[in-house]
Design a binder for this molecule. Structure first.
Ligand code: SER
Length: 320
């Protein structure tokens, strides 16, 4: 990993991933690309930014050539809730975008690529507590369908064509830099902004909708650690379960109340509740722990304390 391209770089994970990669590999070696042309301030000036539509294979090829890229983190995708509004668009962007990236990887002989997966790969028939690495994958959303397909497609190219494609099944990601867009787990970010700004939040999931979650520093660590892992140690490639903390909206609200005592939560579940119910509550990530030494740093308490501190400071400074 010397010359890195990130797609979807202005999204929730992309922004902080680019920032960390630039610290580790040098600003000029990490090219942030997105279909939008307004980079978040965190990554606007610390390295090259380019507009790139992942549906345009010729444009991908020319950015790869221009910057002599050897590694891609392919973060661009439509998430679960947005995907349900237009399932065909979700398939088109998530699958054909990924196929374009894989084709470029083959043609330009890139060293390795990261293609993320998600807890959305699961659905009915799976154990919801300690969901194993090898399990039934019957997604109920088009986003999940594209993530299962992306895993199978990636593994096919690893096994049959010798590519190095790696991926994680991301849980819900909580962060304070860039807002998530269009996911079922977005409540776990919105709740902090509303708690800090208005001391109340109306949650779109039910009080007991437990889901696997992870704080952004752990998400970035998992992503980069997997990409830096020794390929020969890996038995899995594109579908690692990774876990940090599992909790429900009411458990998260109780934890926030420890820091913001007058915080109040109400519940108005919408269509995202059904999606949440189809996903596991706690996942077993022992394969990641044994194949590339994954371990998380943030549990519910530590993450909540940190989120409240960071957002309170931002609020005081008029940034949110
Ligand atoms: N955070 C994603 C979503 O809710 C799950 O990968 O869609």
């Amino acid at each position: 990993m010397k010359r890195i391209l990130v797609t979807g770089a202005y999204g929730q994970i992309g922004t902080e991933l680019v920032n960390e990669l630039r610290k580790r590999y040098g600003g000029d070696n990490v090219i942030a690309t997105d279909v939008r042309d307004n980079p978040p301030s965190l990554i606007a000036d610390n390295g090259p930014n380019e507009v790139l539509n992942i549906m345009d294979k010729t444009a991908i090829d020319s950015v790869v050539d221009k910057y002599n890229i050897d590694t891609i983190f392919h973060m661009a995708a439509l998430l679960s809730a947005t995907g349900e509004k237009d399932p065909f668009l979700c398939w088109d962007i998530n699958m054909n975008g990924t196929i374009n990236i894989i084709k470029t990887t083959i043609e330009k002989k890139l060293k390795k690529i990261f293609v993320p997966s998600s807890i959305a790969v699961w659905g009915p028939g799976v154990e919801t507590i300690n969901t194993p690495q090898e399990s039934v994958l019957q997604p109920t959303t088009m986003y999940g369908v594209t993530k299962v397909s992306g895993e199978i497609l990636s593994d096919y190219f690893v096994k049959k064509h010798g590519l190095d494609i790696r991926g994680l099944r991301y849980p819900g990601i909580i962060s304070s830099e860039t807002l998530p867009g269009g996911g079922t787990t977005d409540y776990a970010v919105e709740i902090f902004y509303e708690a800090v700004k208005h001391q109340k939040y109306d949650c779109f999931l039910k009080d007991d909708a437990t889901l696997p979650m992870m704080y952004m520093p752990d998400c970035i660590k998992a992503t980069i650690d997997l990409m830096e892992a020794d390929f020969d140690r890996l038995k899995h490639h594109s579908n690692f379960n990774v876990a940090a903390a599992s909790f429900s909206p009411s458990e998260l609200a109780a934890e926030i109340k420890k820091h913001i005592p007058n915080f109040e939560i109400t519940y108005t579940p919408d269509s995202r509740q059904k999606i949440a119910e189809s996903w596991p509550q706690v996942i077993d990530d022992s394969a990641a722990r044994s194949e590339w030494d994954w371990s998380h740093d943030f549990d519910l308490e530590k993450m909540t304390k940190n989120m409240v501190e960071v957002l309170t400071e931002k609020h005081k400074n008029g940034l949110i």
